[in-house]
Design a protein around this ligand. Structure first.
Ligand SMILES: Cc1ncc(COP(=O)(O)O)c(C=O)c1O
Length: 393
């Protein structure tokens, strides 16, 4: 009889169950939204990256429907063979104008954009200097590149500089940071990192997944927010979070984009976006440029909710963005807090090791422009009750 070669997986899963870390997937019964039905429970949703509420914006929905009708449901090919439509090129031109760069290339996801770009730009003889909390897609891209990876403590520009100062002159080096860190909501040390990138001649790259549509004028990201146009060689953004659809892009020089067209493996070897996705993204940029109220509302809600959590006495870390962690320490406590909040009608996902350090487990909250003041107050009341019940505040 054949023995099951995957039997070890049961062991791993049981170990997660014993630690209380085996989480079933939460399932939305309908649309994504600030208030949603999840696992048949009506909850205030503080767990999506739908910052501006664009997943259900009528202009985006209509553009997707129009593209579905006129261009079909899929492209049937990778971009480099037969899968580039006019609408893909239009989106890339539009994004380049929006980001104030020469060109952009759109990938199937932000993950693919980061991993594909880092792995394409660097090779075995190169060095990658990376913030310790950078996203998994950067870490995977760095590993795929086979470059030497050197990690600096979170946001520590002096430590990054010391690493660079130790490298041989002329060493090809990528200096890379998230623009907004997804688990803590704080900003990358971009201005200081740009200075040392200039000093040592590094390639400077930022992953603006959580800054796209959230920071900078009309949501142009952290480079715009900090006034650093022209000093960051590679800007990654996503179309999957605030922009409401799916995808990632790289913005930079024409040479960078032409190189990625020919060397970035996810671009070369994975089918392109359905035209409806590209159309949705084009509509999202239109809305960003013409309806400032969504970003304004997002920030107003962010200020209200953050202040509420802080007043209640929770540890909310150093967040500067709509992502506000409620750090509790132990993984099991974070899971308990999240579960109890859900029972009280609030969905705020628990985040535990290995996504964050063992002693930094948390519940992560993300407010959106679509939350009403009543929904946010309801969530704060639930945090208060459950926080007291679990002895966190
Ligand atoms: C910091 C960061 N970068 C990149 C990504 C990947 O983006 P996408 O969801 O578009 O693949 C994420 C998504 O979770 C992220 O948080």
């Amino acid at each position: 009889m054949r023995t099951d070669p995957l039997a070890y997986l049961d062991k791993e899963l049981n170990s997660l169950r014993e630690q209380g870390l085996f989480r079933p997937l939460r399932v939305l019964d309908g649309e994504q939204g600030a208030h949603a039905s999840i696992d048949h429970c009506s909850v205030v949703n503080l767990s999506s990256n739908n910052y501006l509420g664009f997943t259900s914006h009528p202009r985006l929905r209509q553009r997707a429907l129009d593209a579905l009708s006129s261009l079909g449901v899929g492209t049937g090919s990778v971009r480099t063979i037969a899968g580039t439509m006019q609408i893909h090129m239009e989106l890339e031109r539009r994004l380049a104008t929006f980001k104030k760069t020469e060109a952009t290339v759109v990938f199937q996801s932000g993950f693919a954009a980061n991993a594909g770009t880092v792995a394409a730009l660097l090779g075995r003889d190169d060095v990658i200097v990376s913030d310790e909390l950078n996203h998994a897609s950067i870490i995977d891209g760095a590993r795929l590149s086979r470059a030497t990876i050197k990690v600096f403590p979170h946001r520590d520009v002096a430590a990054a500089r010391a690493i660079l100062a130790d490298l041989p002159r002329g060493q090809r080096t990528l200096l890379i940071t998230d623009g907004v860190f997804s688990m803590d909501g704080d900003l990358g040390a971009l201005p200081g990192l740009c200075d040392i990138a200039d000093e040592f001649g590094c390639i400077m790259m930022v992953d603006d997944a959580h800054a796209s549509g959230v920071f900078g004028s009309q949501g142009r990201g952290t480079v715009d927010h900090f006034g650093l146009h022209g000093r960051v060689d590679v800007q990654v953004g996503t179309l999957s979070k605030a922009l409401g659809a799916l995808g990632g892009y790289v913005a930079g020089s024409r040479a960078l984009i032409e190189f990625l067209y020919r060397r970035a493996r996810p671009f070369l070897f994975s089918t392109s976006h359905p035209p409806s996705v590209a159309a949705t993204c084009l509509a999202a940029i239109d809305v960003l440029e013409t309806e400032p109220r969504w970003m304004e509302q997002l920030w107003e809600n962010t200020r209200f909710f953050k202040a509420g959590l802080e007043t209640l006495g929770f540890n909310t870390g150093e967040s500067e963005s709509p992502i506000t962690p409620v750090i509790v320490g132990e993984s099991s406590l974070a899971v308990r807090l999240s579960d109890r909040l859900f029972e009280e009608g609030v969905f705020a996902q628990g985040i535990t090791f290995p996504t964050v350090a063992h002693d930094k487990a948390r519940v992560r909250t993300i407010v959106t422009a679509s939350h009403t003041r009543q929904e946010l107050q309801f969530a704060l009341d639930a945090f208060k009750n459950v926080g007291v019940e679990l002895g966190i505040i």
